[in-house]
Design a protein around this ligand. Structure first.
Ligand code: G6P
Length: 466
């Protein structure tokens, strides 16, 4: 398997010690289920100087004690090349295209700087193709992941015609009229790169159809190379989550959270609206806060009776737009607190320090989970909450999340741009009776765990072989 982000990333402290930490995001959650005891090799990239130091010390094959037993080969791609490929092309262009994040009167601008970065992206994809060609046994199956590595399948095919190659997209796929913002030759390279695989797979039928539509629009009718298209809707890892959510560190964080949330003037515990995201433009955190503010404005009966617990963990902070977005999230949360807060009540509890145990604690005690992305490949938070919820949790879910295809029926669904509509949905979710909430949560959990990560992976392998 190949992906930009591996299962762990390192930090180097002053004493020269390297500490491995698991990364966030759906891709790592999916692939991490392929544990020890298999002969799978995970090829990933060094993401920072500490990772590069780990590669220098180990020769690139990471210590299994750091990776939970997985065989991981970390590539030390030239730092500048990685920055241009990852920050420049992958996160500022391809991510923006698939999540439709551009403010089109001014952006995007595909100039010579873009072409320079594109050349780096090609080099980066080639480094992966070469490493995979080295690692893969005769006739092996290779699963290449995501928008960072769209060119790798075709390059690898040229180096190693014996391999069976799959590509998997963890993002949405843009519709043709948006995808064609990309220069024609680049659009053709992206599609042609993925079509170098025997099979291209997506999280939902919607994204798979959009990919096929793009192929028709850019390359002409038909999928030219006989590449098969598949759909595998990654689900939550029920066993891992339930076990992890009942460890003492989670119980301790539940106590702290309950104390922060406090009780309403009538002595009953306050209701809790929870959200957990990377601080990511597509997650729509600011509009979520504005919808909560609208709820407090239009339904004063909720004041002092509800707390919005928002965890927004740092992501892609090398990019100025992400830093600005983080600041905006903090500014809006502070504004709501100063407008509505009272001595005994903080309306928004915003926390930005990544803490998985605390996320699980919030999942367990949430009355309402808010998942309102502008666009999202799947969104695992929507699937994780119902699995670990103690007493049932109403889910407010954007119809633009991939998870909507599976969870839409039992969620309260929203148009993510509609602040007033989202405020109404929050009110409806908060008002849902305990019986209905528990029933819906049970059905959501069943849907959410239909394809757990290990099966998600094995299904792809089987389909590639078939
Ligand atoms: C999404 C992408 C993944 C990515 C993750 C975290 O889930 O599909 O490829 O790894 O976000 O983003 P990051 O840039 O931190 O790897």
């Amino acid at each position: 398997m190949a992906s930009n982000r591996g299962p762990v990333s390192y930090t180097l402290d002053e004493t020269g010690r390297l500490t491995a930490r698991r990364g966030g995001g759906g891709l790592v959650s999916g692939l991490s289920a392929i544990g020890p005891g298999t002969d799978a090799v995970w090829v990933c990239s060094a993401l920072n100087d500490s990772d590069r130091e780990a590669v220098r010390r180990t020769g690139g094959t990471l210590d299994p004690a750091d990776t939970g037993g997985q065989h991981v080969r970390m590539l030390d791609v030239d730092a500048q090349m990685h920055a241009a490929a990852y920050n420049g092309i992958a996160n500022s262009v391809l991510w923006f295209v698939h999540h439709m994040l551009y403010q089109t009167p001014m952006e995007p601008v595909f100039d010579t700087e873009f072409r320079r970065q594109w050349a780096a992206y090609e080099g980066y994809n080639r480094a992966f193709a070469e490493a995979l060609a080295e690692e893969a046994a005769e006739g092996a199956a290779v699963l290449v992941q995501d928008y960072h590595l769209t060119l790798t399948p075709r390059m690898l095919r040229e180096l190693r015609p014996d391999l069976r190659i799959g590509h998997f997209s963890h993002t949405p796929w843009a519709p043709p009229e948006y995808f064609r913002l990309l220069p024609d030759d680049i659009a053709a390279q992206v599609l042609g790169g993925i079509l170098g695989a025997d099979r291209a797979a997506f999280l939902t039928q919607r994204w798979a159809d959009a990919f096929t539509d793009c192929c028709h629009a850019v390359l002409g009718p038909g999928i030219p190379s006989g590449t098969r298209i598949g759909v595998h809707g990654l689900g939550a890892d029920v066993e891992f989550l339930r076990e992890r959510a009942h460890r003492p560190d989670v119980a301790e964080r539940m106590r702290t959270l309950r104390a922060q949330i406090g009780t309403a003037p009538d002595g009953r515990p306050r209701k809790t609206i929870v959200r957990v995201d990377r601080t990511e433009l597509s997650k729509n955190i600011v509009r979520g806060l504005l919808a909560y503010e609208e709820l407090l404005r239009s339904r004063p009966e909720w004041r002092e009776r509800v707390v919005h617990v928002a965890f927004a963990y740092p992501s892609r902070q090398d990019l100025a737009v992400y830093r600005e977005y983080t600041a905006e999230v903090q500014r809006v949360a502070a504004e709501i607190n100063s407008r509505f807060g009272t001595p005994g009540w903080t309306p928004v509890e915003l926390h930005v320090k990544d803490d998985f145990a605390r996320s699980l604690a919030a999942y367990r005690l949430a009355d309402v989970a808010l998942v309102n992305p502008i666009r999202d490949g799947m969104n695992l938070v929507a699937k994780e909450v119902p699995v670990v919820s103690d007493e049932g949790c109403a889910l407010v879910l954007s119809r633009e999340a991939g998870a909507y295809e599976e969870l839409g029926e039992d969620a309260v669904t929203v148009n993510p741009y509609d602040i007033v509509g989202t405020a109404r949905a929050l009110h409806e979710a908060l008002s849902m009776g305990p019986g209905e909430r528990a029933e819906r949560t049970k059905r959501l959990a069943a849907q959410a765990t239909a394809l757990p990560p290990a099966r998600w992976f094995l299904d792809q392998l089987a389909a590639l072989e078939g």
